[in-house]
Design a protein around this ligand. Structure first.
Ligand code: 6GU
Length: 252
């Protein structure tokens, strides 16, 4: 079934890029149906204002709950949930939320309807996610990393790419999904990749890779993945499921 994706933003044109490349193909193939909405279309005042000053004081502006609610009541259509219209999942990018992971991408790739709400300025009124949770909607808030962005648009495009590339038929070669980093209970960084020529500007590819011995190649790549991960991302080694390690895995 086609995955319906609604995105709400004050800069909906930002998502015009979704008509290009793999997203465009996925849309024409009928795998996904993406609509970017302008939040201001749910305002009623001449200034089409979507934000106000923070209660309690402080810098910047906070997105108002009333406008978001008019928008989300319509897009979520929570009165009419049945077999044809399964429960949507509401997602808010938020730099103060848990990190978005491959596990989240996998879970969300099984949804039928995703609604993304892009906050701008200093954020959105905390009662918005609270209200929809209290009314039975699955609401998720995610950060995409420990750095500051101006708004949720970039974060949504990152999450969308991570989710939609997992849809059956989206990628040309589904094998490349199972082999890559961060999948399964075996989240290691990937081993290095080489192509031909075997020697280039005086640098040789590791000879074992052209030995034709598949067992040795697998072992070499596994050792490289373990070594790279412990050096670059020791936090991923901490999270490793011991059962994912084989006897020959070097203790690094
Ligand atoms: Cl989800 N939003 C914003 N504004 N900044 C971020 C972020 C999200 N994730 C990391 N930085």
């Amino acid at each position: 079934a086609v995955m319906d994706i609604d995105i709400v933003s004050v800069f909906p044109e930002y998502f015009d890029v979704l008509n290009l490349s793999l997203f465009g193909k996925a849309q024409s193939k009928g795998l996904i149906n993406v609509t970017a909405h302008n939040l201001r279309q749910w305002t009623h005042d001449v200034h089409q204002s979507v934000d106000d000053t923070p209660v309690g004081g402080g810098a910047g502006m906070v997105m108002k709950p009333e406008v978001w609610a008019e928008c989300l009541d319509e897009l979520l259509d929570i009165e009419h949930i049945d077999e044809q219209n399964p429960k949507p999942i509401l997602i808010f990018p938020n730099p103060s939320a848990p990190l978005f992971t491959q596990q989240d991408a996998t879970e969300l790739s099984h949804a039928q309807h995703l609604v993304f709400g892009c906050g701008r300025y200093e954020g959105y009124d905390a009662r918005i996610p609270q209200y929809y949770r209290a009314h039975g909607v699955e609401v998720r808030e995610y950060s995409i990393g420990d750095y500051v962005l101006n708004g949720g648009e970039v974060a949504v495009s990152v999450m969308l790419e991570a989710i939609t590339r997992l849809l059956p038929g989206f990628m040309g070669n589904p094998d490349s999904i199972v082999e890559e980093s961060y999948t399964g209970g075996n989240a290691l960084l990937e081993h290095n990749q080489y192509t031909k020529p075997a020697s280039w500007r005086g640098i040789d590819v590791p000879p074992v890779l052209i030995s034709g011995d598949h067992g040795k190649v697998d072992r070499f790549r596994r050792d490289e993945a373990l070594e790279k991960t412990s050096r670059i991302r020791p936090d991923l080694i901490e999270q490793l499921d011991c059962r994912a390690l084989d006897k020959a895995d070097r203790k690094t």
